[in-house]
Design a protein around this ligand. Structure first.
Ligand SMILES: Nc1ncnc2c1ncn2[C@@H]1O[C@H](COP(=O)(O)OP(=O)(O)OP(=O)(O)O)[C@@H](O)[C@H]1O
Length: 255
């Protein structure tokens, strides 16, 4: 039974990437609507993430950013619209199919097993221990210090190290598109800078696309190629990460 909160849980690090068409975006949302009970949260979101780009999604608290990621993953059911991954609709796809399509997810909630070691937290995302050496190689490329501490319990890691472990677990599965929910929350600047460096390297060296939900504007604009602001469940503004980006985003985030 795959773990629905972690679509990476049923995958192999070397699974073949989803066939990308030359023209289709890595992720395309059209008129996406979802919510909880009688409460509509997403009110018709249209968004495209392209190959090998980091796309930052920002917005004030409660505007629906996490709900958008969860709707892409099917954890919150879409009420209307479409979610297309490399041109193919993934609405209603199983967690295993989402992983096979190249999706990875680093959720905002701490999804680690605190009483298990770093090694076991990584192993749980793999189908077989045979895949562990390749997966650890991938982890070491970004956060080599984990290799010396594989036996340490995840619950004894610092907050920043736990975030790096969550990111490592998602990246070791070699996603084509990684969804990341507020990874910088509560972290000190040096840790945020390490995570930023890992994301840039992942994009530049492996062509991985990232949809980054963030409140930290400086971090988001230090890595993003493009950005959008979500307001009341719809995209209010979007653009390239150019000289005007910071002022434009700030204008939307002002109270
Ligand atoms: N499981 C749930 N059941 C009912 N309502 C929910 C649930 N999860 C979120 N909501 C509501 O949906 C709205 C959007 O929440 P969401 O977490 O997507 O916003 P967000 O933009 O990610 O906010 P934040 O930046 O504070 O995390 C909020 O009003 C929130 O209270």
């Amino acid at each position: 039974m795959p773990d629905a909160s972690n679509p990476a849980s049923n995958s192999a690090p070397n699974s073949a990437p989803h066939p990308e068409t030359e023209t289709a975006p890595v992720l395309a949302l059209t008129d996406l609507r979802s919510g909880y009970g009688a409460h509509d949260v997403l009110n018709g979101v249209a968004l495209e993430v392209r190959a090998a780009e980091i796309f930052a999604l920002m917005g004030k608290n409660g505007m629906g950013k996490s709900t958008l990621l969860k709707t892409v993953l099917g954890l919150v059911p879409a009420r209307a619209g479409d979610v297309r991954r490399a041109g193919v609709s993934i609405l209603g796809a199983t967690p295993a199919a989402l992983v096979a399509s190249g999706l990875g997810y680093a959720p905002q909630e701490q999804p680690l097993f605190v009483d298990l070691s770093i090694r076991d937290n990584l192993r749980l995302a793999l189908r077989s221990d045979r895949e562990l050496p390749g997966a650890l190689e991938r982890v070491a490329a970004h956060f080599p210090f984990f290799l010396d501490r594989l036996g340490q319990k995840a619950g004894t890691l610092s907050g920043g190290e736990q975030k790096m472990l969550i990111l490592s677990r998602a990246l070791m599965l070699r996603p084509r598109l990684l969804l990341i929910d507020e990874i910088s929350e509560g972290l000190q600047p040096t840790v945020v800078a390490r995570i930023a460096a890992a994301l840039r390297a992942e994009r530049d060296e492996n062509g991985t696309a990232v949809l980054l939900v963030e409140q930290n504007l400086d971090f988001a604009l230090s890595v993003a190629d493009r950005w959008a602001v979500l307001k009341l469940g719809a995209i209010d503004d979007e653009g390239d990460n150019d000289a005007q980006a910071r002022d434009r985003v700030l204008a939307h985030l002002k109270i």
